[in-house]
Design a binder for this molecule. Sequence first.
Ligand code: PBG
Length: 325
Amino acid sequence: MSDLDLPIRPRRNRRSEAIRGLVRETRLSPQQLIYPLFLHEDKGDTPLESLPGQTRWGLDGLVREVERAHKLGINAVVLFPKVPETKKNPSGDESWNDKGLIPRAIRAIKESVPGVAVITDVALDPYNSDGHDGIVRGGVIVNDETVDVLCKQALCQARAGADIVAPSDMMDGRVGAIRAALDAEGFSDVAILAYTAKYASAYYGPFRGALDSAPKAGDKKTYQMDPANAREALREAALDEDEGADMLMVKPAGPYLDVIAALRDFSPLPIAAYQVSGEYLMIKAAAQSGWLNERAVVLESLTGIARAGADMILTYFAAQAAEWL
Ligand code: PBG
């Protein structure tokens, strides 16, 4: 009765789903989701206890899962191998074995589902007996020597047919070195998705469990970024741009929305964000206890990441979210 006579009523734009749909600023689509997949050398598929709902796939299962996801609208996957201890050594040589697990997986996916872009992780941690992303010498992660091996790894992935290589190791200068190595071998069409602002995060715990890739000694703080720093992310972004990165990434995603927004403002390059294993697990655990509505929270978390400025989102919810969308 006594409503104030307000001239401006923002609620008019929220009156119905039809109107909300017209004014919506952020739209999620399966096309922008990237599905991370774990694989191992075994034939069978093993459900991952540390990541409920995710599986460590054998090659056949992997291809079937990529086919399934593709039918739901997912057009990009990223692959993470679990390498047996016997194939690990201090220089991570298995990372550039042309007959290794990742090259075989790339070929199998490209053959069966050519419409899916295959993204590969460039870093030594699954292959390195020290569990670090780079070569360890006297407790130090040596930069330039590691970069030489990363170039071999990226080339091996490109030869197998990778569309995009994604260095997640945080060594200095690796984007430029990998770009030069790819171009020199005729792989100028292979893109680089740089993990530009990858933080030394406790949210990676479940992932390291899934791959058995936790560092044997020390932590990753001398190469991954301090969670307290945002300006430093711009410095990394400037370098990655200069060195020829095609896309930049922020990781983790949810706790670093300010960094996503800052990179979005700073760079014209596409921005990716990685909703990591710990972020996935927190939602999963709460949903399994009946404390949260999984579907609503997943879509809201992804919308928040996109709204902050991410063009692409790597998420273990990719296939599920695509189904919901
Ligand atoms: C390692 C790598 C990590 C993740 C992706 N690539 C772990 C780490 O840096 O220790 C984490 C992904 C996740 O937690 O989902 N190069």
